[in-house]
Structure formats: structure tokens, C-alpha cells
Design a binder for this molecule. Structure first.
Ligand code: G3I
Length: 366
């Protein structure tokens, strides 16, 4: 027979846990005069099945980005057949909790619906392109705060990525995507989002893209630098130069998918290109049990340096979004090598704040 704990113990346990959460500083409150603080939300969180993450999201963030549920393969799985269920749940969650949604994304070469994979007819691609942007962006106009209208359209050298949209619609497709989005969603901010666009060559390509959209008299409100970097090797000088150069275009600058990998990278380059994967090995997955304090400190220092820079440029930066709530959610546990244990975010697998969290909080002077 299980011995019942005296009431005093169980009440104090509940109070202890509740107090612990309540005592954790709130990122959105600490940075409320600087910029929005966001997180990516996965399906389980959006459906409210992860109650602990739900509490933490409400306490810590005032912006959210759907990690997957508003991507084309999910929201239009078959031609002209739409599935808005999860996206609608996200809209309801955000409205109830006074959270801004950055919808992600309308046009991207990856996670396209299966029917697009071998589409040959330029007319069919154009019809999909117009229908998808118009139908989805108009449905959520006034319900989401912003859209990543086009995601990852550039190569590392700043040229346009050779994807189905460039191939079938030509190099004006990006301007046309923003033109269609502007028409469908007049009350929604429109962003270009990409990784490594803090790197000089790719940054030059992104700036040319943004200027082309502006020159066409089409609205673009901001640029999202994804921020998939490596702890201990964050390109700080490139990031600072990028903040200056992008904000000089008269648009918002955002860091939209921030995470800092602590694991060895199989190649010498940093990439978030989802098509790049490789086989694993023990030396590539060194922290299966826990992250040594030495690496916790490297992670904390990198985040502290980043947020010190972000606070310095708070008038140019409108949002910083982490690509996940906690280490257990991170895509980096499976990229570029499946089945690894990474520690790239501010909260650990038990949703507890890490040393990096407190270093980030400390970057805002009282
Ligand atoms: O939902 C299915 C599930 O039903 C199935 O059992 C399972 C196994 O096949 O797959 C699940 O879908 C996965 C989905 O994440 C949800 O977990 C997809 O296979 C997987 O490819 C997908 O990965 C996402 C990745 O984009 C691929 O596009 C990651 O969660 C997401 O974090 C990542 O995010 C991207 C941004 O959208 C754009 N910038 C780069 C960033 C990292 O790749």
C-alpha cells in the first residue's frame, strides 16, 4: 500500500515547482523595450499536448513561428486541397495569449507537396504559385502578424537557387511572390528569410533581392537572418555589419531561427540546407549523457556576445526567435546527422534554464 504523504508535503511540492517557474525571469519581459522574443512551435505544442512547454512558452515568449504546420506540404497536401487545422489552432493559441505569429512560409523549395515534385508544366507551377499564396495569405490576413513570404532562395555565392520556381517562373518569381502576398494580406508584414545571409557574398545577394522588390514598388517589411550558428564560432563581425547594411535599406532586421550547435560539424562549412546529411559516429556525438560545464560556458558566452550585440542595435532589430523551446525539440538532434544529442537552446530537456539563459538575461542593463 503506497504510504500517503502528509498533505503538507504534497502542497509544498506543488508550491515549490510553481515558485520555481514563477521565479524564472521572463525573456519577453526582460527584452520588452528591445525586441520581440520568439520560439518555433511544433505540432505537439500547438495542439496543447505538451503542457509543460505550454507554460514555458506563455511565460517566456511574445512571438511564435510554426516549425512546420504552415509549410506547403502540410497546408496544401494535394492540389487545391488545404489543411488549415493546425494553423488555425496556432492562431487561436496566439490570440488567447497575446502572442504575435510569424507565419512560415509561403514559397520554399523544400517541403513542397508531393504533387509538385515532378511538375513539368510552367503554367501548372504558376497556377500553384498564385493559388497557394493568395489562398493561404488571405485566409490569415489580420490573424498572423507577418509572413516569411520566400524562404532560402539564394545560393551561398548570392546567386538565385536553381529550384522549381526559378526554373519554371524565371528570376522575377520572388518579386511576384511579394506582390501577390501584398495583395492577399494587406495587414500582414512581409519578410524574406534565409540562412547564412550574414555572410558577405550571400548578404550581397539578399540585398540585391530586397532592392529589386523595393524598386518594383512592392512591399517588403523585413529580412530574417536565420542564425543557425555554432557555439564558440559565431560570425560576430559579419552579423554586426549585416545589421547595419540591412537596416540601411529601411526594413526590419530579425534573427528568426536562432540556435547554436555544440556538436562537431562533419564539414568545415556551416549550413542549414536540409538536403545535406551524413552518417554519424561516436566522435560526432560526444555528449550523449549531458553537456560538460566547459561546453555550457562556451554556449553561454556565445549567446551573451550575441545578445549584447542585439541590444546594441535594438532600434534596428524587431525580433529574435529561437528555433525551438528546449534542447529536446531541436532539429539539430537530427541534422546533419540523425540520432545525436545536441544542446543548442536556452532551456534543457527538462525545460530548465541553462547557464546561457541567465547570461542572456544579464545583457539587458537594469
Ligand atoms: O510529421 C511527420 C511524422 O508524421 C513522421 O512520422 C516523421 C518521420 O518521417 O516525419 C514528421 O515530419 C517531419 C517534420 O520535421 C516534423 O517533425 C519531417 O520528416 C522533417 O523533415 C521535418 O523537419 C523540419 C525541417 O525544417 C525540414 O524542412 C524541422 O522540423 C524544422 O525544424 C526545419 O526547419 C527549417 C526551417 O523551416 C527553414 N530554415 C531551416 C530550418 C532547419 O532545417
Amino acid at each position: 500500500m503506497i504510504k500517503k504523504l502528509p498533505l503538507i508535503f504534497s502542497v509544498s511540492a506543488v508550491l515549490f515547482v510553481g515558485t520555481a517557474i514563477a521565479q524564472t525571469p521572463s525573456l519577453k519581459d526582460v527584452f520588452k523595450k528591445e525586441f520581440l522574443i520568439g520560439t518555433a512551435m511544433n505540432a505537439q505544442q500547438i495542439e496543447g499536448k505538451d503542457t509543460a512547454a505550454d507554460r514555458l512558452i506563455k511565460q517566456q515568449f511574445n512571438a511564435v513561428t510554426p516549425e512546420n504546420c504552415m509549410k506547403a506540404e502540410i497546408i496544401q497536401p494535394r492540389w487545391d486541397t488545404y489543411n488549415f487545422d493546425l494553423a488555425d489552432k496556432l492562431v487561436a493559441f496566439a490570440k488567447k495569449n497575446n502572442i504575435k505569429i510569424n507565419a512560415h512560409n509561403l514559397i520554399w523549395h523544400s517541403q513542397l507537396p508531393a504533387f509538385m515534385h515532378h511538375m513539368q508544366s510552367a503554367d501548372s507551377v504558376r497556377q500553384y504559385f498564385v493559388n497557394h499564396i493568395t489562398k493561404v495569405a488571405s485566409r490569415y490576413d489580420g490573424k498572423v502578424y507577418s509572413w516569411d513570404v520566400v524562404n532560402e532562395a539564394l545560393n551561398e555565392d548570392g546567386t538565385l537557387r536553381k529550384d522549381i520556381f526559378l526554373d519554371k517562373l524565371g528570376d522575377d518569381y520572388i518579386v511576384e511572390a511579394f506582390r501577390l502576398a501584398q495583395k492577399a494580406a494587406p495587414h500582414t508584414k512581409l519578410y524574406y528569410n534565409d540562412y547564412n545571409i550574414e555572410q558577405p557574398k550571400k548578404r550581397a545577394g539578399a540585398i540585391a533581392l530586397i532592392k529589386k522588390i523595393q524598386a518594383a514598388g512592392v512591399r517588403i517589411d523585413g529580412v530574417g537572418i536565420q542564425g543557425h550558428w555554432k557555439a564558440g564560432n559565431v560570425p560576430m563581425a559579419d552579423i554586426e555589419e549585416s545589421i547595419k547594411e540591412y537596416s540601411a535599406l529601411g526594413i526590419e532586421v530579425m534573427f528568426t531561427e536562432l540556435d547554436l550547435s555544440v556538436l562537431p560539424n562533419p564539414w568545415d562549412k556551416v549550413t542549414a540546407d536540409v538536403s545535406a546529411t551524413t552518417e554519424g559516429s561516436a566522435k560526432m556525438n560526444p555528449y550523449t549523457k549531458s553537456l560538460p560545464d566547459s561546453m555550457q560556458q562556451v554556449l553561454a558566452k556565445s549567446y551573451a556576445d550575441l545578445f549584447t550585440l542585439f541590444v546594441k542595435y535594438k532600434k534596428d532589430i524587431s525580433r529574435v526567435t529561437f528555433w525551438g523551446v528546449d534542447d529536446g525539440q531541436s532539429w539539430l538532434n537530427g541534422f546533419p546527422i540523425r540520432g545525436r544529442t545536441n544542446y543548442p537552446l536556452l532551456f534543457d530537456r527538462n525545460l530548465k534554464p541553462k547557464p546561457a539563459f541567465f547570461r542572456v538575461i544579464a545583457t539587458v542593463k537594469k
